[in-house]
Design a protein. Structure first.
Length: 185
């Protein structure tokens, strides 16, 4: 029974860290990356659709994103969606594709983005703590129902803490790497 709690704990913690990595990929660092635009919602014939499902996204240069829609009629919708997303980039529509030039970050924008990363890091640590709390609650319920002993409960809680701490360390490392990347000129 305790193994089920641990496997669920691991699964939920891994999903939380994976989501954090995806979330940080959308924060721009001065370099072009498809993650900046691929989740922007575009009006595709009346249906809200992620950009990656309506166009191909390529990075020919370090500071350029080219978005080639599968239907030319979508050019205007994609351009409008990028502007509406308010991510600090301006699309250029050349009639066949949309070019997005990633401007270099100003110093104050770098500081702003670093603060945003710190905020997202703290939010993710709160999520991890909530997952930990849920797992410990399940273990205590098992002890209350006499499925495990008090000694097993204590050792299991220590094990939960060790697992959780490793994932918190991983989130801290990922966040610090992103902050370092943002502060690079």
């Amino acid at each position: 029974m305790v193994d089920v709690v641990f496997s669920e704990l691991n699964s939920r913690l891994q999903k939380a860290v994976g989501g954090f990595v995806k979330e940080l990929a959308t924060i721009r660092t001065g370099r072009a990356t498809p993650a900046l635009v691929e989740n922007i919602i575009v009006d595709y014939h009346g249906v809200s659709t992620p950009l990656r499902q309506t166009a191909s996204i390529s990075i020919p240069e370090a500071n350029l994103i080219i978005i080639q829609p599968w239907e030319r009629t979508l050019l205007h919708n994609i351009e409008r969606a990028i502007l509406k997303a308010d991510i600090g980039i301006n699309p250029l529509n050349d009639g066949n594709a949309i070019r997005v030039i990633i401007p270099p970050l100003s110093e104050e924008r770098r500081i702003e983005l670093a603060k945003l990363v710190s905020k997202r890091m703290e939010e993710r640590r709160v999520i991890l703590r909530n997952i930990r709390r849920d797992s410990i609650g399940k273990l205590r319920e098992m002890e209350k129902n006499k499925e495990i002993s008090q000694d097993e409960l204590k050792s299991s809680i220590k094990q939960v803490d060790v697992i959780n701490d490793s994932f918190v360390d991983e989130v801290n490392r990922i966040g610090q790497d992103k902050e370092k990347e943002i502060k690079e000129v």
